[in-house]
Design a protein around this ligand. Structure first.
Ligand SMILES: Cc1cc2nc3c(=O)[nH]c(=O)nc-3n(C[C@H](O)[C@H](O)[C@H](O)COP(=O)(O)O)c2cc1C
Ligand SMILES: Nc1ncnc2c1ncn2[C@@H]1O[C@H](COP(=O)(O)OP(=O)(O)OP(=O)(O)O)[C@@H](O)[C@H]1O
Length: 154
């Protein structure tokens, strides 16, 4: 119950959920992930990866500030920020979230993240979001969208 009679959670008491990713070319899989993440708490903060930290796949095509701006405009997102250039746990320490929501196929190992959080004394759950399975044949991958463009328009 809140003092203002609206039933809304005051920002200071809100459970923050952090989601993260590259978000190069947006698609409904991203929207599904971020809606799922938002449902894990009250306030969703998205950390958009710096291009220099995207080392396990091709570099994003879209510049970081532009990726951040588009993610910030999605309905479940309360705030989007570009990530730290070197220390991925620096924003986590600052935000002190209740939950880190990993994407269903995100390459990070949940146990390794839990161990790193414990090392830093951060009390935060690590959960995995679900996959989006639309009832149409979609193209739910930034990488596959780029490949399709190269195949059909290149
Ligand atoms: C808890 C967590 C925090 C992260 N924080 C940052 C960050 O501050 N800066 C950054 O560039 N990447 C950060 N990342 C990494 C990227 O979000 C991401 O996992 C990767 O670089 C991009 O790959 P993906 O889109 O396949 O997930 C973080 C990842 C996790 C799991
Ligand atoms: N179809 C999907 N269903 C649910 N979540 C998804 C889907 N596609 C991507 N995501 C989630 O969105 C987050 C950010 O995704 P990312 O930016 O890596 O996009 P991507 O389209 O999967 O990229 P790429 O095709 O380059 O691997 C990831 O954690 C990922 O799990």
């Amino acid at each position: 119950m809140t003092g203002d009679g609206t039933g809304a959670t005051p920002e200071s008491d809100a459970d923050i959920v952090v989601a993260q990713g590259t978000f190069d070319i947006l698609h409904p899989g991203h929207l599904h992930y971020l809606r799922d993440a938002k449902a894990m708490g009250d306030r969703l903060v998205v950390i958009v990866a710096r291009s220099t930290n995207v080392t396990h796949k091709a570099s994003p095509v879209v510049p970081g500030p532009q990726r951040r701006e588009m993610v910030a405009g999605l309905d479940p997102v309360d705030e989007a920020r570009l990530g730290h250039p070197e220390d991925i746990f620096a924003p986590i320490e600052e935000l002190d979230p209740a939950v880190i929501a990993l994407g269903y196929d995100q390459h990070h190992d949940a146990e390794a993240i839990r161990a790193a959080l414990a090392d830093r004394g951060i009390d935060c759950a690590v959960r995995r979001a679900s996959a989006h399975e639309p009832d149409y044949e979609g193209l739910l991958s930034s990488g596959r969208i780029v490949d399709r463009i190269l195949d059909e328009r290149g």
